[in-house]
Design a protein around this ligand. Structure first.
Ligand code: ZN
Ligand code: ZN
Length: 164
């Protein structure tokens, strides 16, 4: 038992792990070699689509892969966002605490410090969701419908006027 038993593939992988810089350099050498031979560095097939380095087919494949990965990422993100919203509504209720509406629900900072909080967290309302979940659903939040939230905001904006 020894080195002879190891397949070339395994030995290549070991060598790559051991000499990452040299591996990079030799990868680049291979790449240049294929280009010099007018072959696609990806599929190694003859490639006449100069000056494009990889062939049209590989380029299309690469593009498709990138697109698929992007849409998978977006899907995952959407799923996570939905799950967070679900958790929020599950905890704070699925209707507006003012009027009972179940449409266009929003998470409201009861003390109206939502804007500062959002700015602290860096903008997106989704970050507020994450924060609320991470902080075990603080009692300083409630669910309002969009119109009630707007009215509340206007009301509190007025009450911020000169003290009487
Ligand atoms: Zn190719
Ligand atoms: Zn409402």
């Amino acid at each position: 038992m020894g080195n002879q038993v190891k397949s070339n593939k395994v030995r290549m992988a070991e060598w790559r792990a051991k000499y990452p810089e040299r591996d990079k350099a030799s990868q680049h050498q291979r790449y240049l070699k294929y280009l010099a031979e007018n072959r696609c560095p990806q599929c190694k097939q003859p490639n006449d689509s100069y000056p494009i380095t990889i062939c049209v087919a590989c380029r299309a494949k690469k593009k498709e892969l990138a697109q698929r990965r992007r849409s998978q990422e977006a899907n995952k993100k959407r799923t996570r966002r939905r799950a967070r919203r679900e958790a929020i509504l599950e905890h704070y209720g699925r209707c507006c605490v003012f009027c009972g509406s179940t449409e266009s629900l929003e998470l409201d900072h009861i003390n109206n410090d939502g804007r500062e909080h959002r700015e602290q967290l860096g903008g997106a309302s989704d970050r507020t969701y994450s924060w609320v979940i991470k902080n075990a659903f603080p009692a300083t939040f409630q669910v309002l419908c969009q119109p009630c939230n707007y009215n509340k905001f206007r009301g509190s904006a007025q009450s911020l006027g000169p003290a009487t």
